[in-house]
Design a binder for this molecule. Structure first.
Ligand code: CU
Length: 375
C-alpha cells in the first residue's frame, strides 16, 4: 500500500478523502457514554476524549451495581473475596501509572528504513497513552513511559497485585482501567467499564488509584496482553495503553531469550500524523522496531501479540517452530486481535535475519525488524 500522501490543501487534521482511503483501517467507531463517535480523522480523537471525560463514575464502581438498574440481574449483587496466593505462591506487586508521552515512531537517527536503506521523512511524533512502571507507592518512575507498558511476570500459584494510578494530564482527563488476559479474576478485578454494571476496577477516574488482584492458575501459563478497557478503551488501546503478562509454570526453565512483539497500527485518526505506520512495539521499520539478539544454542521464545483490529502474519526468516506447541512446523503464523503466538526454537542459524508481518501492506508500512544471531 502506498503511504498516505496528503494533497496540497490537507493539513495534519484533514486528510481528505484520498488520504483517508489510503490510511486504510485507521477509522473506528467508539461507543462512549451512550454516544457513538466515528474516529476517522485526527480531530475526532479529541471528540472521543471529550465524550469520555463526561462519563461519570458509576455507582457500582464505588460499592456494587444498583439492583434497580435497567437489565439488572442477581449476579450484579454477588460479593467476591480478594484472592490470595496458592500454598507456596507469592504476591508479585507492580505500581503502574497511566500517562501521556511524546512518542517517536521513528527514533533511530538517521531516520530511515534500515531494511531497504531508504530515508524516511515527515512527522513521526505523537502523544501516546502509556502505562509506566513506578517504584513502590508511585514514588518515582521505575521504567520508561513507553509502548508497550511493563511486562508483568509471575509463576503459577502467584497472585499479581497491580496498583494502577490514573495520571493522565488534565487535557486528556478521563477514566482508564487495566484489563488482563489469561490470569483469573473476579468481576471486581476485570478492569472493564460496563455502564450501570461497572464494578470497582472498571473505572479509575482522573487522579484515582485502584489495586487489581489476579491469580496465576495452571491454565494461565503463557503470554498475554493487558490493556485499557475503560469508557474510551478502543481509542486508548490504539494509542498505546497496553502491555504484556508472562505466566510461567512453577519451576519451568525460562528461555534464554524472551521477546514480546506487539503488532499494531498507528493511524492518522489516532495519532494526528499524516500517514499510517504499521508498528511493532510502537515503532515502525527495521532499525526502529526491536532488534532481537541471540546466540547459536540458545533457547529463544518470541511472542507476537495482535493489538489492533487487523489480523497479522508473524514470519521469521531462517527459522521454524512448532505451531501452538503441537507437531506441525511453521515459519509464518496468523496473529489475531489480542491473540498471542509463540515462536520457540533452539537457535541454530547465525546471521542477520528479518522478522515481519507477512500481510504485504503491513510489512511495507513498517511492521518489520531485524533478528541478529551470533555463532
Ligand atoms: Cu500485519
Amino acid at each position: 500500500m502506498p503511504n498516505a500522501k496528503p494533497n496540497a490543501t490537507d493539513g495534519d487534521f484533514n486528510l481528505g478523502r484520498r488520504g483517508f482511503l489510503a490510511a486504510g483501517a485507521g477509522a473506528f467507531l467508539c461507543s462512549i457514554g451512550g454516544q457513538n463517535i466515528l474516529v476517522e480523522r485526527a480531530g475526532d480523537a479529541a471528540k472521543a476524549d471529550a465524550a469520555a471525560a463526561r462519563v461519570a463514575k458509576p455507582a457500582g464502581a464505588k460499592s456494587r451495581p444498583s439492583a434497580a438498574a435497567p437489565g439488572a440481574s442477581p449476579v450484579d449483587q454477588l460479593k467476591f473475596e480478594t484472592p490470595v496466593p496458592a500454598p507456596g505462591g507469592r504476591v508479585v506487586e507492580y505500581w503502574i501509572e497511566a500517562t501521556v508521552a511524546l512518542w517517536d515512531i521513528l527514533p533511530t537517527r538517521p531516520r530511515r528504513d534500515y531494511w531497504h536503506g531508504v530515508p524516511l521523512a515527515g512527522p513521526s511524533v505523537f502523544k501516546a497513552f502509556v502505562y509506566q512502571e513506578m517504584t513502590e507507592g508511585f514514588a518515582s518512575p521505575a521504567g520508561p513511559a513507553a509502548i508497550p507498558g511493563p511486562t508483568l511476570e509471575c509463576e503459577v500459584g502467584d497472585v499479581l497485585r497491580v496498583h494502577v494510578r490514573n495520571g493522565l494530564p488534565d487535557k486528556y482527563a478521563q477514566a482508564i482501567t487495566m484489563h488482563p488476559h489469561g490470569v483469573r479474576y473476579t468481576p471486581e478485578y476485570d478492569g472493564a467499564y460496563l455502564g450501570d454494571f461497572t464494578r470497582a476496577g472498571g473505572y479509575i477516574g482522573p487522579g484515582e488509584e485502584f489495586t487489581y488482584t489476579w491469580e496465576a492458575r495452571p491454565d494461565s501459563v503463557g503470554v498475554w496482553p493487558y490493556h485499557d478497557h475503560g469508557p474510551n478503551h478502543t481509542l486508548n488501546s490504539m494509542r498505546g495503553l497496553f502491555g504484556g503478562i508472562i505466566v510461567h509454570a512453577a519451576g519451568a526453565p525460562r528461555p534464554d531469550v524472551s521477546q514480546i512483539l506487539f503488532m499494531h497500527s498507528l493511524a492518522p485518526p489516532t495519532t494526528g500524523l499524516r500517514r499510517v505506520f504499521e508498528c511493532v512495539n510502537g515503532r515502525a521499520y527495521a532499525g526502529n522496531t526491536p532488534t532481537i539478539q541471540a546466540k547459536v544454542g540458545q533457547d529463544v521464545a518470541i511472542h507476537a501479540i495482535g493489538m489492533d483490529d487487523a489480523f497479522h502474519d508473524f514470519h521469521i526468516h531462517g527459522h521454524r517452530w512448532r505451531k501452538d506447541g503441537g507437531t506441525v512446523s511453521t515459519d509464518n503464523q496468523t496473529v489475531g486481535p489480542a491473540e498471542t503466538i509463540t515462536a520457540r526454537f533452539t537457535e541454530d542459524n547465525p546471521g542477520r535475519w528479518l522478522y515481519h508481518c507477512h500481510v504485504m501492506s503491513h510489512q511495507d508500512n513498517g511492521m518489520a525488524g531485524f533478528y541478529l544471531v551470533t555463532p
